[in-house]
Design a binder for this molecule. Structure first.
Ligand code: ATP
Ligand code: MG
Length: 606
């Protein structure tokens, strides 16, 4: 809350706020802190350089359709590994895959990349589906699993062996990795590369029984140990894992590696455009190599890469998010400080705000970190239109209006949303005792403090102008305990006489009618812009100790008593808030989604 220069300013509808702060927002966009890690431009990416990088994927797809590729079909997929909850980075991939399919009249599959039973769990499968639905996307009956193809993949591996394109290697993983060489130095051939087809077939089949230990043997594709691309140096395609799989149980003892499962699953499903993040660019030649071995006609899926979403003051890797949960640094995957979709939902984000943000940042070929303020901007914009305005006092200070009859109660009319007339108005009860924010009163105010102070007048929004006549102070602590005022009966809002001007307008709640609530104020979980990017420093070192502040005994207008979980409101002058899952009618709990203004960037500049 800042000091306001006129009563009008205080209750400015947010769109006016946005017009005055329009420049700020544009700057935000420009400030998308582009940290150029690897600026990869290649020949076939010439479309990117035409200046429409946000839609380069669209341009590729349009061109493929124009060239009549894959019978003019477009089919995409979103391929999460069920080893954690989805985060906002995944939302970017979801919007792209479902968005492109819908734009070009195609389809998008949901495919779980469940090739590692050690890390995967059905809990994650369920949460992933819930989150995608929440975002508003529908995979209809196309819910697939890489594990659906374990049989076909095994057969394909057998085919490769028969063609002399795969071999069983008995060396341990660290030796294989040592022999891989470096980007500038060729790898070393494995001593097992020369095995006969029959021996390879026999060993591979036995790998799929319980005979061999985990790690004792792997199957490798025979590609090229001298390739400049390390991924082409006889990559491992199958390993032994004895942990039961959440879908296939103990059927398999060998599991395909990601690279061996992913492209082939695309192929089996008739996917035409395999849209994935930039780190897979170097995997693309291998993706194509496998498809070359597999394809029987003109159809082939095409991999296109785009930049990951990274956010300032946030970690985005599932491994780190899991650590935060396991180590108790947050209350769970849906802690409102987490960048997970369930966390954002609990915080009060809407699917529309997330999609709006994803649209704003677009898709490019350069790794970048996006400013989290832009995400906050997106949710403010969305909630500005949707959230009803209410009064809530977070740090209450009692004001007693001495000339207002003690037994009198009035209902004043307040508009629910100046942005949307159809949201109507509500009655708020007023009486001789109200709560205002502690910080709206000062015993000895500086100049330009247009709130309440001895001798000063303010308007209580929607009600009357009051004048401060005195106050009670705790002499020991210095805390102000009560403020005494008189009101001017001629100044009721909307009535003759209400034109009288005062410089400040305050929100308030009737002390006798208010309901109590706990309010959870969230701040950024990390106090470093790039917590994961600091060499030799663990990201946990940058956890913000003040990322959660719990206020008890907050006073809210009584209409909020029956608010439902996740219902969203603008507490006027304070920010957007939503009802937490922990809330009950007798013990209300609200989460602050975001403040009305971006205070963080200002504070940080001081
Ligand atoms: P993490 O590194 O967080 O564990 P991941 O890439 O292993 O993520 P997957 O479940 O494999 O997670 O991701 C599913 C899809 O979502 C992939 O296509 C991946 O490229 C995409 N994706 C994951 N993280 C991001 C991100 N930060 N931005 C954009 N897309 C992402
Ligand atoms: Mg992955």
């Amino acid at each position: 809350m800042g000091a306001y220069t006129s009563s009008k300013d205080i209750f400015l509808p947010l769109n006016s706020y946005f017009s005055t702060h329009y420049l700020n927002i544009l700057l935000n966009l420009v400030f998308l802190k582009l940290i150029f890690r690897n600026n990869i431009m290649r020949e076939n990416d010439e479309l990117i350089t035409r200046g429409d990088s946000r839609s380069f994927i669209e341009s590729f797809i349009e061109k493929d359709l124009k060239d009549g590729k894959n019978n003019n079909k477009i089919h995409t997929r979103f391929p999460p590994e069920p080893n954690g909850y989805l985060h906002i980075g995944h939302a970017k991939a979801i919007c792209l895959n479902f968005g492109m399919a819908s734009k070009f009249g195609g389809k998008c599959n949901l495919r779980f990349d469940d090739t590692n039973p050690v890390k995967e769990d059905v809990e994650y499968v369920d949460s992933i589906k819930e989150d995608i639905r929440w975002l508003g996307f529908d995979w209809e009956d196309r819910e697939f699993y890489a594990s659906d193809y374990f049989g076909k993949l095994f057969d394909f591996a057998v085919d490769l062996i028969k063609k002399g394109l795969a071999y069983v290697d008995d060396q341990p993983a660290d030796v294989i990795s040592e022999q891989k060489g470096t980007p500038t130095q060729s790898g070393q051939e494995s001593p097992f590369k020369g095995r006969s087809v029959d021996e390879n077939l026999d060993l591979f089949k036995r790998m799929n029984t319980s005979e061999f230990e985990e790690g004792s043997r792997v199957l490798r594709a025979k590609v090229d140990m001298a390739s400049p691309n390390m991924h082409m140096r006889d990559p491992i395609i199958y390993r032994i894992i004895k942990t039961p799989h959440h879908r296939t149980g103990n059927t398999w003892m060998v599991y395909p590696m990601y690279d061996f499962a992913h492209g082939q699953s695309d192929y089996f499903e008739g996917v035409t455009h395999s849209l994935c993040t930039l780190e897979f660019e170097v995997h693309r030649p291998l993706y194509d190599w496998f498809i070359d071995q597999l394809k029987t006609n003109d159809y082939r899926p095409r991999q296109i890469e785009f930049n990951r979403l990274n956010l300032t003051y946030t970690v985005m890797s599932k491994r780190k998010l899991l650590e935060l949960v396991r180590e108790g640094n947050v209350s769970g995957w849906d802690d409102p400080r987490m960048p997970t979709l369930c966390g954002l939902r609990r915080r009060g984000y809407t699917p529309e705000s997330i999609k709006r943000f994803v649209n704003l940042i677009g898709y490019t070929k350069v790794e970048a970190i996006n400013d989290v303020s832009l995400l906050e901007h997106a949710v403010r914009e969305d909630l500005n239109l949707k959230a009803p305005r209410v009064f809530g006092v977070l740090n209450p200070l009692k004001v007693i209006i001495s000339n207002y009859p003690g037994d009198k109660v009035e209902n004043v009319d307040l508009i629910n949303n100046p942005e949307d007339e159809s949201m109507g108005s509500r009655k708020v009860t007023f009486c001789n005792e109200v709560f205002i924010e502690q910080e709206d009163f000062m015993e000895s105010p500086p100049n330009k403090f247009f709130r309440l102070a001895p001798g000063m007048e303010v308007r209580l929004k929607g009600a009357y102008i009051i004048k401060c006549e005195g106050f009670k102070k705790n002499e020991k602590t210095g805390a102000i305990e009560e403020v005494y005022c008189t009101y001017d009966p001629q100044t009721r809002s909307g009535e003759h006489g209400s034109e009288k001007k005062v410089k400040g307008t305050l929100h308030w709640v009737s002390a006798r009618h208010a309901v109590d609530a706990e309010v959870r104020l969230y701040d950024r979980l990390f106090n470093h812009e790039d917590p994961s990017g600091q060499k030799d420093e663990d990201y946990r070192k940058f956890l913000n100790p003040d990322s959660l502040k719990i206020l008890k005994g907050c006073k809210l207008e009584p209409s909020l008593k029956s608010a439902k979980h996740l219902e969203k409101f603008q507490f006027q002058r304070l920010g957007y808030f939503c009802v937490d899952y922990d809330s009950t009618e007798s013990a209300l709990v609200f989460n602050r989604t975001v403040q009305l203004k971006d205070t963080w960037s200002k504070i940080n500049k001081v």
